[in-house]
Ligand binder design. Structure first.
Ligand SMILES: Cc1cc2nc3c(=O)[nH]c(=O)nc-3n(C[C@H](O)[C@H](O)[C@H](O)COP(=O)(O)OP(=O)(O)OC[C@H]3O[C@@H](n4cnc5c(N)ncnc54)[C@H](O)[C@@H]3O)c2cc1C
Length: 493
């Protein structure tokens, strides 16, 4: 039996997770004079999904993080934390499909040449058909995209990649995800605009922006600095500490958070507020008093998608300068290939070798996820050869795993989320759900940060000034009171 601590820490806010959301909340609260304790299950890295992993001097950005936000506050905070740390990068990425590379955003001339006149005519015909006879009440990802771009473009540029990412048929993915993502992630729109000049130029949408900011040594550089300042200011960050139980006492009111430290000992932290960026599913499972059965069942239905990057260090100059290449090819399991040095030269110790990351999307039960690191690297070496024609069988490498990289927007997720939210609202106060898995929302870093900014503002005001659920649901943030000054992020990447 591990020992149990007798003197729990007591702070204004216990924050679970040292990802962008948890660290943003911690930084703002600590700066405003509140005491904070952040629990992070990773023993080494802060930054969560936005961490940067180091391997023999090569830096690996989990997923590749572009820094772009329309929120003034988010940009201000980035600059405050890293005044000299950002570089401006031109975006360079292509699609690999049918043995060909397509510039992304698509270039009309190149697309015509590579797809061929016959395919282009088919795309056009199916696009016109979809516009004339749209699917009624589009509920699924497939319905939504086909209505927007036509069946043919959907099959070429959306279906394969989307199904790799989500591991499910596009007919089982909610149209919400398409609406949230493709409003701006508009590959099909770009094609349609290229094919149909009468539509006019494609709108300058965020995903197609030509440049973005990037911390010179990867996103982890930003979050490490944020963590350093929290600690320097008197806040606590406990690494290797997994929060395991969340007990709320209505009378106090106060939260008692149980956690297991790196040595396996069970410890406790007390806080008036609980800021939670851990997966909503886990919070509901381990909340006390126990959630009503309907909410517990709804939490059990929430699903996630895992992700891993098999990073290969290949001697010699880079084979491509793109930051990443989308692999739409159905015969290859990898969904994207990163060249981390194209994000920033400081991501590699020198030009002698290039570190590529082959990215795989999978579920926790998939063979792909369960395979050993050695097997995953072998798969990556084989697929690298299949894509680029270069033998890398001797390449050294490592595997970086990210469980629960994506909250899944299954067809019933909204119903589950509604049941959970109403049960949490009824049973707890001083609970602040933030971030990506914390809210089961497809939040980028900036969205996650704004939800944390809202939580911090609500804690400081000791009332609900802002509604974090308004972030990233549409182009406007909803304020539930006065005094809100945080700028909205137009629906982004
Ligand atoms: C492939 C990919 C590409 C992406 N690209 C971009 C991009 O280009 N630009 C962008 O802005 N965003 C991007 N994102 C999104 C970005 O990574 C997330 O929005 C952001 O990291 C979410 O921050 P968070 O703090 O909410 O959650 P997380 O980053 O998930 O952090 C949560 C933290 O909580 C910790 N934790 C969980 N449970 C517990 C527990 N029980 N006890 C203690 N600690 C716990 C975790 O270890 C983690 O450190 C991308 C994401 C993916 C998967």
């Amino acid at each position: 039996m591990p020992p149990t601590s007798v003197s729990p820490d007591a702070v204004d806010a216990v924050i679970v997770g040292a990802g962008p959301a948890g660290l943003t909340a911690g930084y703002l609260l600590q700066k405003a004079g509140r005491t904070v304790l952040i629990l992070e299950s990773d023993p080494t890295y802060v930054g969560g999904i936005s961490r940067t992993v180091s391997y023999k001097g090569y830096r690996i950005d989990v997923g590749g993080h572009r820094f772009f936000s329309k929120s003034v506050e988010v940009n201000r905070l980035w600059d405050e934390l890293l005044p000299d740390g950002f570089i401006e990068r031109d975006r360079l990425s292509r699609i690999y499909y049918g043995g060909q590379y397509y510039s992304y955003p698509l270039k009309p001339g190149e697309a015509l040449r590579k797809l061929g006149a016959r395919e282009i005519a088919r795309c056009l015909a199916s696009y016109l058909k979809a516009r004339a006879f749209p699917r009624a009440a589009p509920a699924t990802f497939e319905d939504w995209v086909v209505n927007q771009f036509g069946e043919r473009l959907y099959r070429i540029f959306f279906k394969t990649y989307t199904e790799k990412v989500w591991g499910m048929d596009c007919r089982s993915i909610s149209a919400d995800w398409a609406a949230q993502r493709i409003k701006t992630f508009s590959l099909g729109k770009a094609v349609a605009h290229a094919l149909l000049p009468s539509l006019g130029p494609a709108s300058p949408i965020t995903t197609l922006l030509r440049s973005f900011k990037y911390p010179r040594r990867g996103p982890g550089m930003l979050w490490e600095e944020c963590a350093r300042r929290i600690v320097a200011g008197g806040g606590s960050i406990r690494m290797g500490c997994r929060a395991t139980r969340f007990e709320y006492s209505k009378q106090a009111p106060r939260w008692l958070v149980e956690y297991r430290d790196g040595g396996g000992a069970i410890r406790h932290a007390r806080g008036r507020h609980l800021v939670s960026s851990l997966a909503l599913k886990d919070l509901v499972r381990h909340a006390s008093p126990a959630m009503p059965p309907a909410a517990a069942a709804a939490a059990d239905r929430l699903e996630y998608r895992n992700f891993f990057a098999a990073a290969l260090v290949v001697p010699g100059p880079a084979l491509f300068d793109d930051q990443w290449i989308y692999v739409h090819e159905p015969g290859v399991k990898a969904g994207r290939v990163q060249n981390y040095r194209s994000w920033s030269p400081d991501m590699a110790p020198g030009p002698e070798a290039t570190c590529y990351g082959l990215e795989y999307f999978c579920s926790a039960t998939d063979e792909l996820w369960r395979m050993s690191d050695a097997d995953a690297l072998d798969l990556a070496r084989r697929e690298f050869k299949a894509i680029f024609g270069k033998d890398v069988s001797a390449a050294d490498g490592c595997v970086v795993r990210q469980p629960r990289a994506y909250p899944v927007y299954s067809l019933d997720y909204q119903t589950s989320l509604a049941a959970i939210r109403s049960a949490l609202d009824e049973n707890f106060t001083h609970l602040h759900l933030v971030g990506r898995n914390g809210m089961h929302r497809y939040n980028n870093q900036d969205h996650s940060m704004v939800t944390a900014m809202f939580a911090a503002a609500n804690i400081l005001a000791d009332r609900q000034l802002f509604d974090p659920w308004g972030v990233n649901s549409d182009a406007q943030y909803h304020e539930s009171g006065h005094g809100g000054r945080l700028a909205p992020i137009a629906v982004a990447t």
